[in-house]
Structure formats: C-alpha cells, structure tokens
Ligand binder design. Sequence first.
Ligand code: SAM
Length: 225
Amino acid sequence: STPANWTRVDDYLAATLLDDDPALTAARRDSAAAGLPPIEVTALGGKFLHLLARMTGARRVLEIGTLGGFSTIWLARGIRSDGLVVTLELEQRHADVARANLERAEVSERVEILVGRAADTLPQLAERLAERGEAPFDLVFIDADKESNATYLDWAIRLGRPGTVIVVDNIGRAGDVADPGSDDPMVVGTQRGLELLGSDPRVDATALQTVGAKGWDGFAIGLVR
Ligand code: SAM
C-alpha cells in the first residue's frame, strides 16, 4: 500500500502548484461514478504531460489509453490552438465517458477518440497519415495494456519524426520491473518496452522512478532520433 507521507506530499504539491479545476474534478468524479477504474495519472502527472506538450510546441499528440479522458484533457489544453490529440481506447464505455468529460472541459473539438484495440487502430492511423498526408505526431503518451508496450513504442516511432517525444507510464511497477524472472505479463511487457528503448537505434531514452499518491512507479521518456 502507498505510504501516507507519499500521498501527503502529493496533496501538498498539488495544493501549492495546481489551480482548482472544476472540469478535471468533474471528469474524475464522473469516471468513478461510471465504474471506470481509478488508474488515471495524478493531477501532478497530468500537468507534467501538459507542460511537456507546451515545451515541445506540440501540435499533434497521440495517446494510447484514454480511460475517462483525464490525461487527454491535460494534453489537449497543452497543444497549439490548431492542434489535435488522437487518443486510442479499447472500451466503448470508457470512450463514452471520456467524450462527455472532454466536452465539459471544452476541448472535444481538438480530440479524436479511436475505439478499438490499439494494435488495430495504430496501423489504420499510419495508413491515414500516408494517404491524407497528415503530419507525424510530436508527442506520444503510452498508457494502455502494458503487455503491448514494445509494439506501441515501435508504432510511436514510426508515427513520429526526429524530435518526437515519447512518454511511457508505469515503468517502475513497485520495483517488479527489476525482476528478471517475473511471469507477470504487465512486468514482462514493461521490460520488453524498456529494452526496445535501450537498444533501438531510432530512439534515445531514459527513465525515472516516482513515488506519490499512486505508489512507487515511474515513467520512461524517449526522443526519436
Ligand atoms: N491515460 C489515462 C489517464 O491517465 O487518464 C489512463 C489510461 S488507463 C491506465 C488504460 C486504458 O487503456 C484503459 O481505459 C483501457 O481500457 C485501455 N486499453 C487497454 N487495452 C487496450 C488496447 N489493447 N487498446 C487500446 N486501449 C486499451
């Protein structure tokens, strides 16, 4: 379980650094009321993604794993005014909740939700980029089924360009990521993703462990060469 002081410090940091945000509070509340699992990024994590979008001047963002659209709202608020967030979600029910949350946050016109297995929607997205001449993605946030992280990273690189920033969430897994004999598919998937980031000549990467309200975890960040 998460030590109380990690949560206390997250609460302090959020109170000190973040404004009250009715649309985000309502998004979290309605996602919970609809029975979605409470596995969205923290508000501090959402703001990190938001700042990253602004720091990179991102116009086009790809998110894999929408849930109720909490991180999507943060990202959509960080992109340029003519930008687009394409977010991929397996569950129609999650996408419906996300759509309502995005509308209330007044960002729905700059977000496209593609429902289906990301392993199916990613190749469709690649075809679309090729056929319609759409621009590559500037920023990619990978936060779905961890078993598929290596596949998603490969697509993120292919759908990006030199300079595209890729963030992979939940790479610490309470320390389990360092267990070479793990038979947990989420840990193994995370390890395969990190191995790709460490060895693929198309990308340069690092990773940081985190503690906070969500426990002991971390994220990886990569830069497409
Ligand atoms: N990024 C969200 C946030 O921080 O607000 C949280 C995403 S949640 C951790 C992971 C989501 O990925 C869930 O909504 C789940 O249904 C979705 N998902 C799981 N497997 C998937 C797949 N194969 N393709 C697309 N989405 C998937």
